[in-house]
Design a protein around this ligand. Structure first.
Ligand code: FE
Length: 197
């Protein structure tokens, strides 16, 4: 993180964070424990492979796909996956030959992070958040996804209580693959909607 220096005696960001953490710990708020737990979850549990399982299942199981589109939260629970309480709605967005969905959070950095992982740095950049809405085709092209002119682009702005997951189209060459093998080709970026598979 960039250090803000206003004078020779200003503590570094790390020192200030440590001081706040220590002050909270002293008062019994268990800040260090909470930071460790969150760090563990972010690195070991909230991973794109969760969303990849959802996508693979939706590809092979039409009934599941219908349930996922109708009520994302309950459908992912069938796979043992959950979202925090405040992610009240999980909306699955189906890509087709004619429609391409892409998500953003114009305010900050929200994603369905328990399924697709914590947001990448570019997702949090003002540049992406502002331009994907107004110049979606151009931004997608800059990110390596050049969509045909007849494909409609739909941009979805995440809110505190509504989270999205893009269901990319299944690559043709993967027809007949097992669910597990299918899940291995699904990427985080395809579930954000900035790439196709
Ligand atoms: Fe946000």
């Amino acid at each position: 993180m960039k250090q803000t220096t206003t004078g020779p005696h200003t503590a570094s960001m790390e020192q200030r964070v440590d001081a706040i953490q220590a002050a909270l710990d002293e008062r019994g708020f268990k800040a260090t424990q909470a930071v460790d737990e969150l760090g563990h979850k972010a690195q070991e549990e909230w991973l794109p492979r969760n969303g990849a399982r959802v996508v693979a299942k939706a590809w092979v199981d039409a009934a599941f796909r219908a349930r996922l589109l109708a009520d994302g939260r309950s459908a992912v629970a069938e796979l043992g996956l959950s979202l925090p309480k405040h992610h009240r709605h999980l909306v699955a967005l189906e890509n087709t030959l004619r429609v391409h969905n892409v998500i953003c959070c114009t305010l900050c950095s929200c994603t369905a992070f328990t399924l697709i992982g914590l947001p990448p740095d570019w997702y949090k950049d003002l540049e992406y958040r502002a331009r994907i809405v107004r110049q979606s085709r151009t931004v997608l092209r800059e990110m390596g996804l050049d969509l045909p002119a007849d494909v409609e682009v739909r941009v979805w702005d995440t809110t505190a209580d509504t989270r999205y997951i893009v269901i990319p189209e299944q690559p043709l060459h993967t027809q007949g693959w097992s669910e597990e093998r299918l899940a291995s080709v699904v990427t985080r970026d395809s579930m954000i909607g900035v790439s196709r598979l």
